[in-house]
Write a protein that binds this ligand. Structure first.
Ligand code: ZN
Ligand code: ZN
Length: 294
């Protein structure tokens, strides 16, 4: 027999074993889930177990999880996999649209359609499903960005391609557009960047007493000093990493004569600010800060 035919035969035999093993693993995982085995193994569920214990890829762990979950509602899906009618990969594609009523139709579609056609059919039947946002590393220092966009955003991106091509004097790619838009938006709106541009002010105790709006220059000073990040430090010495929903907190309350000086203000995220005022936590100084800084 020709060598290539032997290899072909071997590959086909292995593929049959591979798919059978996949189906058997699915059966075992479903049983483990039904018998609540995962908590006893310190795993939160099928995904966690497949990834951490079985060392399967994230994607494959997710397929097992979603097909197992769908099989609880539609046992015919598990049957189609264990009887060798569908591979795990085909089964997981119809999970988003599968119901007890329509399973016959979708299992049939999954058996007969190509991967692309099946994905199109599922997307058409499931118009509200938006693909998840994702940044996936593809090479050293290069990642792939995947994000759903509406028609208006698509127009804006294409218009920017023209505008930037003109500006750069060379054809701009979508990557150039995203890079430029991200950079210029950040320069414009990032509080830390704004604070860096703002002039430094003295931290003296010159502010008036009573409740007044905090001057922009003071805000910038506080943002710059606190690194535009919540200043709460937990008992473990770890500083809160929150850079959103930040509040300006008065160390000495305005009602008690505290003023709008930078040294009387600090950044705290919404949660830690509230917890502090509910007397649940103290807003400690962040590591490296001296008592003079605050
Ligand atoms: Zn406060
Ligand atoms: Zn915080």
């Amino acid at each position: 027999m020709n060598n290539f035919l032997e290899l072909d035969k071997k590959a086909k035999t292995l593929a049959i074993h591979y798919l059978r093993t996949e189906a058997e693993l699915l059966t075992v995982l479903i049983e483990m889930r039904q018998r609540r085995v995962f908590p006893q193994l310190n795993c939160s569920g099928i995904f966690d177990y497949c990834e951490r214990v079985l060392h399967l890829s994230k994607a494959q762990s997710f397929y097992f999880k979603s097909v197992a979950e769908a099989s609880e509602k539609v046992p015919e899906l598990k049957a189609a996999v264990t009887q060798g009618q569908l591979s795990l990969s085909q089964a997981r594609r119809i999970v988003p649209v599968l119901t007890a009523e329509n399973h016959q139709h979708w299992i049939e579609q999954a058996k007969t359609l190509s991967q692309t056609s099946l994905e199109k059919e599922v997307a058409a039947a499931n118009p509200n499903a938006r693909p998840k946002e994702k940044i996936k590393p593809v090479a050293r220092q290069i990642s792939e960005l995947k994000v759903p966009i509406d028609d208006e955003t698509e127009k804006n991106l294409l218009a920017l391609k023209d505008i930037l091509s003109q500006k750069f004097g060379r054809p701009a790619s979508l990557a150039d557009v995203v890079c430029f838009a991200a950079k210029t938006t950040r320069e414009k709106f990032d509080p830390m960047e704004k604070a860096k541009r703002a002039k430094s002010v003295s931290l003296g105790n010159t502010a008036e007493q009573g409740r007044h709006p905090i001057a922009a220059a003071i805000k910038h000073e506080v943002i710059r000093r606190d690194g535009n990040q919540c200043t709460y430090v937990g008992s473990d010495g770890v500083r809160c990493s929150q850079r959103r929903w930040l509040h300006l907190h008065h160390i000495k309350e305005v009602a008690k004569g505290g003023t709008n000086t930078a040294d009387n203000l600090r950044l705290a995220c919404f949660q830690h600010h509230q917890a502090h005022h509910d007397n649940r936590i103290a807003l400690n100084n962040p590591p490296g800060a001296t008592s003079e800084t605050y």
